[in-house]
Design a protein around this ligand. Sequence first.
Ligand code: AP5
Ligand code: MG
Length: 211
Amino acid sequence: MEINVFLGAPGSGKGTQAKRLSSQAGFKHFSTGDMLRAAIQKNTEVGKKAKSYIDKGDLVPDNVMIELIKSELAPLSSDSKVILDGFPRTLPQAKALDQDSLTKVRRALYFTVPEMKLVKRLTGRRICQKCGESFHTEFMPPKVDGICDKCGSKLIQRTDDSESVVERRLQIFREQNDQILDYYRQQTNLLELNADAEVEKVFSTLKKSLS
Ligand code: AP5
Ligand code: MG
């Protein structure tokens, strides 16, 4: 398998870009955040475990996350091109991927955006409650206010996109990020990507990095 991991702060655009790549370039996109939100909606065992962590902006325990991602990757064929968006978030998660030769990471792409811009991206984000498509009140407004362009359902704000929870998520990111970057630097497959640009511009840089 060709495993590419997207690293970067909350709001750095990992999900936005991963969705484009999967629809235009045949990558399979796995967002652990989306999986957990779906599990919460369906009230599964994983959802029940994850909810209190997500609502506070804390990380869901490693054992839950590692099992979740492994069960998603296990059925894939060996020629799959994969994007992991939001995983790994900790060193044990990163090592768990590399321990198995099938899921060994090919590249880590680190999306960089100045921190002062992240809060605005996150608090202005709106997502479709049905299909999960993401918008922004200012940077990516839907054609009709409050309605998803793609499926016509209602847009809502993620519960963890309030200003106080965003602060906590950014703090956790700062705590974990350096050791993950160091880890991938040692594996010599870390690429940095300037994600502080228009969505299309970031997308074309990203495609070049992946080719
Ligand atoms: P998760 O859903 O992964 O949230 P996150 O990492 O905080 O990342 P975001 O989804 O907020 O940001 P993004 O980079 O995808 O940005 P997006 O493209 O949407 O995780 C949520 C929670 O789940 C965690 O807090 C944790 O509790 C738990 N969890 C998940 N994975 C875990 C793991 N591995 N281990 C433990 N716990 C885990 O863009 C953001 C906004 O900006 C959008 O509105 C978008 O329209 C806009 N935007 C995007 N690009 C641009 C641009 N170029 N210019 C202007 N605006 C832009
Ligand atoms: Mg995301």
